[in-house]
Design a protein around this ligand. Structure first.
Ligand SMILES: [Fe+2]
Length: 294
């Protein structure tokens, strides 16, 4: 098998992106937040196919990678916030979609870490021990932390908040780990990545397919806010959206792949300054070369 292109978290950390080597602030930087490469969805959603073709997503993903490779300064990492491929666990085309996705992601400049987040299509709407194990074999841990230039980043598996009925122990593992991670540490910013957004526009909006139920949502937002989290980046919606819980901003980023709204395929460029974090979504043909670190 070819060398894995994705950076894999093991034991809840990414080798080389830990507090020991990335714990100090060394000036502003940028990174790329993408979502829903979701190989196969355009065929099934837009083209009335059976999800067995994904050439369109391959072209879009490669275009995104080329855009990232051209950027000055180089992004410190490129993160894909879930629904890496469309096929659900058990689908006969899932392995091939993952293989093709990795072949395309391999075009990323190898000095830019490529980090994956787990989405509902990656482990199923109601994950099982087996679907999570398969994900971990393919992409590494599904929840973990990493550090870049004094900023602490947390990746969570939002599926445990959506439906953990078949995996209560895994959910408990994540809950306990998260509580430890949120204890105060000497970070410049504390940022969260996940697939399903807590909300799309406002924290008190009604429950629906694209957000997380209010009874779980509100305590979690309060927990994150209290710990100092001020940015949460998500995908899942295939449109741009977002809003605020107090001064915690939740950002929903449209897809690299299939669109469900007015945007075109693209990704978000995030610039991190000592004082704050800014972000801008770019359609693939608008990706800038020179990134101003504000
Ligand atoms: Fe998706």
């Amino acid at each position: 098998m070819a060398v894995d292109v994705t950076v894999r978290a093991n034991n809840r950390v990414i080798d080389g992106l830990q507090k020991e080597n990335e714990g100090d602030w060394e000036g502003g930087f940028c990174f790329i937040q993408a979502a829903d490469t979701q190989y196969g969805m355009i065929d099934s959603y837009e083209d009335n196919g059976d999800g067995t073709r994904w050439e369109k997503e391959r072209l879009l993903t490669r275009e995104a990678i080329r855009g990232a490779n051209r950027m000055i300064p180089k992004p410190k990492f490129f993160i894909v916030c879930g629904d890496l491929v469309d096929a659900m666990p058990g689908s006969p085309v899932k392995d091939e979609q993952i293989r093709n996705l990795k072949d395309d992601l391999r075009l990323l400049d190898n000095s830019i870490p490529l980090i994956c987040v787990c989405g509902n299509h990656d482990v199923g709407n109601s994950p099982t021990q087996e679907s999570v194990d398969r994900y971990r074999e393919s992409f590494g841990d599904d929840f973990f932390s990493f550090w870049v230039g004094g900023v602490k980043f947390l990746v969570v598996n939002s599926q445990y908040y959506e439906d953990s009925s078949q995996v209560p122990t895994l959910k408990k593992d994540q809950d306990q780990w998260l509580d430890q991670q949120l204890e105060s540490e000497d970070w410049k910013h504390l940022v969260v990545f996940q697939h399903i957004p807590w909300f799309l526009r406002t924290p008190d909006e009604d429950d629906e397919y694209f957000n997380i139920n209010t009874d779980v949502r509100l305590p979690m937002l309060e927990k994150f806010h209290k710990a100092g989290v001020r940015k949460i980046f998500c995908g899942h919606y295939h449109r741009n959206a977002g809003g605020f819980y107090q001064d915690l901003e939740l950002i929903v980023t449209s897809a690299v792949g299939c669109q469900m709204g007015d945007q075109k395929s693209g990704f978000r460029v995030v610039t991190v300054n000592e004082k704050d974090i800014q972000h801008q979504y770019y359609e693939l043909d608008q990706i800038p070369v020179n990134i101003k670190l504000h």
